[in-house]
Design a protein around this ligand. Sequence first.
Ligand code: APR
Length: 331
Amino acid sequence: KLRKVVSVVGAGNVGEHTAALLALRGLVDVRMFDLPKKDGDRIIEPVKGKALDIQQMLSALNIDGKVEGYTVSADGEGYQALEGSDIVVITAGFPRRPGMSREDLLEKNISILSVIASKIKEYAKDAIVIVVTNPVDLMTYAVYKLLGFEPQRVMGMAGVLDSARFKTFISKEIDVSPQDIHAYVIGGHGDEMVPLISISNVGGIPLKDLLSKEKLQELIKRTQFGGGEIVDLMGTSAYHAPAASIVEMVEAIVTNNKRILPCSVYLDGEVGEYYGVKGACVGVPVKLGNCGVEEVIKIPMLPEEREMWERSVQSVLKNLKVVDELLKVMV
Ligand code: APR
């Protein structure tokens, strides 16, 4: 097999756009999996239509690549084509509606993910898995537990998206290309996520020397509620920037470029100790390569950032017991 294969399970807003962007970059072949839908009395297979549409987009643009769609059932039929996947991206599940927190999705999404995890174990036991379904830190933990893979091969996408949002706001504020902005958002993917100001910089100049405290606070708040801002405007959650963030992670893994990206990973042992977390998935900067998470980067934090970090971790931990209970029932 010459080209890497990325499977995207769940071809809704995020999954579809992820598949399209991955295909456009021309690096990998893409397989999409989703449920059949109803159109009046008729059963239709949108995932196959979407795959065809994306495949034809590639022809229009003269880009090589294979895109295939597979209709699956909620109880796990139809997943054979996961075989040979180098990476599996999970975006299946329910998205947030206005007024919902990411935690409201917990129970429903865990039961969906337990079926998908069992199929990944059956057909793609060597794959690297990227979890996108919300609440993402808890879902990554659940998938990690369900799969029993090494922690290096299971990660959640959130920090890249949150950091992209933060960079967008900084870029607008000071009129500099996002390419020259380094800004990491770590912690849980919730309203208490932690934009790390002390190490953020623009062209090497510390962010705190470029913006007033008030302005920084405003940008931090807007980043923390960046997902909600879009849910309120669109009536459903974002998908362009989430898809792009997934692509960034996939490309780091596939090209083995050793980028440092914030991802939700299972923390335990030595690095977990540095971050004060044991036995949970939370967003931290990691080095990504062929093997998945190759290293957890220990980022220095100011005392006030560490306080924010602790609060953010607590907001993830408070639901971990619920997840463990749900997992007991599922396994
Ligand atoms: N098996 C396979 N696919 C499923 C299953 C299942 N059991 N259950 C749901 N899906 C599919 C849906 O059919 C739908 O196409 O998952 C897709 C979800 O897509 P959307 O509803 O459009 O949601 P989206 O905006 O893509 O968000 C997906 O990512 O960012 C997170 O919070 C978001 O948890 C949500 C997930």
